[in-house]
Design a protein around this ligand. Structure first.
Ligand code: AMP
Ligand code: MG
Length: 362
């Protein structure tokens, strides 16, 4: 499918959770998106985590277009989005008990299971690997779209490779522009960070990427308190060992520093004549307020609750990245399970850019 437009159309679709059926207008918008996808086009879709850049997962030409639109390395596999556990099973050559437990307990929701791939799943989707990553998003517009298509959607985050993920339709338009054919706008994403990815091909299952669903929640879903391990690279700065785990990822253009003593670091940068953005949960502290009186600092008070923090993190980074500041300083979050996903994303945002441009994240 060739793109004959300058910029994609954005359709606003309201289909509130819990509503029995979409309005006729919403239904018509979802039909338009289905038609674009059936023709091999790309549609930006809302999910509860971040906006996705979707194409038909079983159509190799559409999948290839996703990689081109993002500038994504072909070695980095895509997550396949389904509307049901039944559709997920149809994509796997073997459906492990752990995947069944997680899917039954947590879907629709922000957790992706990695399982052995079915023979009909194109190699392009899985980066030629033997496994496929699958999730069912908790977003009624997108689930309805998949249900209408009767087919799964491959959908990585709807941004150019290595950049910040989009949590609004406006972020998608800014990052991808005419590289996407249509944008479905269902408002800001609720979770705001990418799904938890769990490898269910090993026992016990291993968290490859921390996300909104914590290790404790997964262990509860699996029914055995110890039954989930965390991949060492999920929180380290070391070299990537699993696909898509590039160290630098989810990054604004402005350099990011994640530090324990953020007030001291900000004060030092200001003394050096730098212009600084400061994301802090200690906005009300007298020291913060004193430093904040400098015209060279933009202070963004962040919530102390991890879910609320995650929900606004990327939107804040998108906004502050436009201020042409020298550095963004961010409070290091607590080293606890509840903050693990945010710590992971911030560590990747702060990692140095690869000298050879050879990162495989997106
Ligand atoms: P995203 O780019 O946010 O859609 O997330 C895709 C990520 O899911 C990749 O970067 C990998 O980290 C992970 N992933 C997808 N497919 C697989 C797979 N088959 N095995 C392991 N991890 C996968
Ligand atoms: Mg991504």
């Amino acid at each position: 499918m060739t793109m004959d437009h300058a910029l994609p159309e954005t359709l606003t679709i309201r289909f509130p959770k819990g509503a029995a059926a979409p309005s006729p207008e919403a239904e018509a918008g979802i039909d338009r998106a289905a038609a674009v996808l059936r023709a091999g086009g790309l549609v930006a879709i809302p999910t509860e985590t971040v906006y996705g850049l979707a194409g038909l997962a079983l159509l190799p030409a559409a999948v290839e277009r996703i990689f081109i639109a993002k500038g994504r390395a072909s070695t980095n596999p895509l997550i396949v989005h389904v509307d049901s556990v039944a559709m997920a099973r149809s994509l796997a050559s073997h459906w492990p008990e752990s995947a069944e437990r997680i899917a039954t307990a947590c879907w629709p929701g922000p957790v992706t299971v990695v399982v052995p791939k079915g023979a009909h799943v194109p190699d392009e989707v899985t980066a030629r690997g033997p496994t496929v990553a699958i999730r069912c998003p908790d977003q009624p517009v997108t689930r309805r779209l998949i249900e209408k298509l009767g087919a799964p959607l491959a959908a990585p985050s709807a941004n150019r490779s290595l950049r910040l993920s989009p949590t609004t339709a406006a972020h998608v338009l800014e990052s991808l522009g005419a590289r996407v054919d249509l944008i479905l706008d269902a408002g800001p994403c609720g979770c705001g960070i990418e799904s938890t990815v769990v490898d269910c091909t090993v026992s016990p299952p291993v968290i490859l990427r921390p996300g909104p669903l914590s290790a404790a929640a997964l262990a509860a879903a699996l029914g055995e308190p110890q039954a989930v391990a965390i991949a060492p690279q999920a929180e380290s700065d070391g070299p990537a060992r699993s696909p898509g785990q590039s160290t630098r990822h989810y990054a604004p253009l402005t350099p990011v520093e994640v530090v324990d003593s953020s007030a001291e670091r900000v004060a030092m940068l200001l003394r050096e004549g730098k212009r600084v953005g400061w994301l802090t949960t200690r906005g009300a502290d007298p020291t913060t307020r004193r430093i904040a009186s400098s015209p060279d600092v933009v202070v963004v008070p962040m919530p102390e609750d991890p879910a609320a923090h995650a929900a606004m993190l990327y939107a804040v980074l998108h906004a502050i990245d436009k201020r042409s500041l020298d550095t963004i300083v961010i409070d290091a979050p607590p080293d606890t399970d509840a903050w693990r996903a945010i710590r992971d994303r911030l560590a990747r945002a702060a990692a140095p850019a690869p000298a050879d441009g050879d990162a495989d994240g997106d």
